[in-house]
Design a protein around this ligand. Structure first.
Ligand code: HEM
Length: 163
């Protein structure tokens, strides 16, 4: 028995914590997405190089207005929410096979490593904490981390197959 948040069963309470935060945030998802990826690049400035459209855009292009970067941020949020619902229902995360294959290939090709998934997790959690300070609890943090970890594990597994 290892203890820690991941050892606990992901149940209705955990799902509700993830979904209630997302419910409070999603109306503001565009500006939230900006904060999320700015936080990623604050923690790991080198990560910018992985995004082809940022490399091409040059240094002075305003990150804030980048539609693809916003889309990536919102996708991570939405997929983490879906992951939470699946975890509660089945105890496992099953991303659609075709989607997962594509995600594996994309991330391998972009040069994404395990450490990047940790950076994105930290940025995700920081963003939610700052967005819903009144709702924020250690339990909510653990639920988001769990949902994200399971999703990241599914993508990483597919990255091994794609490598
Ligand atoms: C592309 C989702 C984590 C960097 C994409 C795409 C999606 C996605 C949907 C669009 C392309 C496609 O569908 O194949 C996710 C999810 C993640 C995650 C759900 C975590 C659970 C990460 C991490 C990094 C990263 C940790 C690195 C910091 C990228 C890059 C691209 C990409 C560089 C390609 C962008 C381009 O140059 O066009 N991701 N991603 N992603 N992702 Fe992620």
């Amino acid at each position: 028995h290892t203890g820690g948040p991941s050892a606990a069963v992901f149940g209705e309470e955990q799902e509700a914590l993830v979904l209630s935060a997302w419910g409070a945030m999603k109306g503001d998802s565009a500006s939230l997405a900006v904060k999320f990826f700015l936080r990623i690049f604050e923690i790991a400035p080198g990560a910018k190089q992985m995004f082809s459209f940022l490399r091409d855009a040059g240094d002075d292009a305003p990150l804030e207005n980048h539609p693809k970067l916003k889309a990536h941020a919102v996708t991570v949020f939405v997929m983490a929410c879906e992951s939470a619902t699946q975890l509660r229902n089945t105890g496992d995360v099953k991303v659609r096979e075709a989607t997962l294959k594509r995600l594996g290939a994309t991330h391998v090709k972009a040069g994404v490593a395990d450490a990047h998934f940790e950076v994105v997790k930290t940025a995700l959690v920081d963003t939610i904490r700052d967005a819903v300070p009144d709702m924020w609890t250690p339990e909510m943090k653990a639920a988001w981390e769990d949902a994200y970890d399971q999703l990241a594990a599914a993508i990483k597994e597919e990255m091994k197959n794609a490598a």
